[in-house]
Design a protein around this ligand. Sequence first.
Ligand code: MG
Length: 259
Amino acid sequence: MKNTVVCLFISLFLFSCNQKKEGNEVKKSVQEKKQEPTKPKETEIWKPIPPTVTPGTNNSAPSDAIVLFDGNNFDEWITAKDSTHVKWVLNKDGSATVKHGTIQSKRNFASMQLHLEWKSPEEIKGDGQNRGNSGLFFQKKYEVQILDNNNNATYSNGQVGAIYKQSIPLAKASVVTGKWNTYDIIYHAPEFDQNGGKTKSGTITVLHNGILVQDHYEIKGSTEYIGYPKNQAHGKAPLLLQDHNCAVSYRNIWVRELN
Ligand code: MG
């Protein structure tokens, strides 16, 4: 009697497995039929319609960008150390030159597309990290290095285009010292949970003069001069431009937020 019951259960189990398998196969074949359209229109998607953005000319800001510096004033910036007005030199050619302190944007940002142009001083002074050094820090923590590396060796993870002491650039793409470089950067901010734990790393893609030097790099944490990267939770924060005692110049700085 006991054996009969066991046999019955096994038969029922096998039958149900078989049914399920057949069911899945039918579902799969229906899906396959659905997945292979036969008319062009079946794969056309008309909505949503993306917003229209008018591009700038000669690297100026597109119509939907936040202009952080266009050569006229420092209205969007303050000195990072003490929140006083910016003491950088405003040049007649629409650029600004580093002087008297690191500056930061008045606005706070998270993820963004950023464009800026920078120029090493024409007069070549110092070597290694002391030649044409500046840098931009996303959310005040994550530095993309700016350096005059032309005929100037330094550690690879601190050279121009590096995520400082974290990611060696894929190429050195600088123009001649004293000429204008462009940086076009896609930055995605890291995410943190309520307990301050990092749930998602920030990422960064950097084009230096149109050449890919950082390819969706997953940022390990803050870019430290000494020690390992740190991952203290933070929200939106300013963009920062570094004063490293070198007369680096900037122009055409604009941002498109990606939130
Ligand atoms: Mg630097």
